[in-house]
Design a protein around this ligand. Structure first.
Ligand code: SF4
Length: 290
């Protein structure tokens, strides 16, 4: 990435907003917010040089506390709106944040097609294994049998294994981090932004208010770092969390072309889609139906 030299002087305050942050004490969102700011600083991306999109959920409060071009969309739809922006102007890095509630239920179809299409964008999953904003209901990523507010006797649905699911879609980039390891998460986010294609980053996020089974201490004690490896080894390491949880950039294929790069219709065209948008007068056409 070629950025202007003056960006080398960026600091946290360039991304800080004075709006009140409403997260609970000890929420893992604070760690993720710090990691994204550090990643942008270290990549020398100023707030006006990046688009950051948010789904609905506790994490969405970040859109009020992080300076930059931001879009706070509808529940479950963050991947689709971010993908549209990435296709319209591939010169601007696009980052989308979403929770496990939205992105593995209502929005799971968007995730499926973004991974297999390999849109050039970074998706950061706030995986706290519940719907925190609406007071702790079980999500598709809540383990079977956990007692949640909508399931006081334990969830009856089977857990959706997010890593197995994503690997089944032939992804080009898969990483996992935790909200408690900010240094590692910063490096993961930087790698995701630099990747050409769809970067899936699963962040195991502590939610001390509603998630009593995967606390900060539990996650930090169970996670270990692994190096990038081949697809099958990475998938195995990612899926098997019975003893330890593998974190880091688990898999990356740098040879895959992005969706836009594969389109024959765009070959040889220097302009961006966003440059080609024109106002078209359709009043004569509409008059035929009046
Ligand atoms: Fe964070 Fe959980 Fe509180 Fe939401 S409910 S702000 S995810 S601790």
């Amino acid at each position: 990435m070629n950025q202007p030299k003056e960006n080398a002087g960026l600091s946290m305050k360039d991304y800080n907003h004075n709006n009140l942050c409403t997260w609970c004490d000890g929420c893992g969102n604070y760690g993720i917010l710090t990691a994204i700011k550090r990643a942008l600083i270290e990549l020398e991306l100023a707030p006006h040089q990046v688009l950051i999109c948010f789904d609905v959920g506790c994490h969405g409060n970040m859109s009020d506390t992080l300076v930059g071009y931001r879009f706070h969309g509808l529940h479950g739809r963050v991947i689709s709106l971010a993908a549209g922006a990435a296709l319209a102007n591939p010169d601007v890095p696009v980052i989308a944040f979403g929770g496990d509630g939205a992105c593995f239920s209502e929005g799971v179809g968007h995730l499926v097609h973004a991974v297999r299409s390999n849109y050039n964008m970074t998706f950061i999953l706030h995986n706290n294994a519940n719907y925190g904003l609406t007071t702790g209901q079980a999500s598709a990523l809540t383990p079977h049998g956990e007692k949640m507010n909508t399931a006081p006797h334990g969830t009856v649905e089977e857990l959706l294994n997010s890593m197995d699911f994503v690997f089944s879609l032939n992804p080009s980039f898969v990483a996992r981090g935790t909200s408690g390891n900010i240094k590692q998460l910063t490096d993961i986010i930087k790698a995701g932004i630099n990747h050409q294609g769809f970067s899936y980053i699963d962040v195991l996020q502590a939610c001390p208010t509603y998630n009593k089974f995967a606390t900060h201490e539990y996650l930090l004690g169970k996670c270990y770092e692994v190096e990038t490896s081949d697809f099958e080894t990475a998938r195995k390491a990612a899926v098997d969390t019975s003893e330890k949880i593998a974190t880091g950039v688990l898999y990356q294929d740098k040879t895959r072309s992005t969706f836009l790069d594969q389109l024959e219709a765009r070959k040889g065209i220097d302009t961006r889609l966003v440059d080609e948008v024109r106002k078209v007068d359709v009043s004569a056409l509409l008059a035929k139906f009046s």
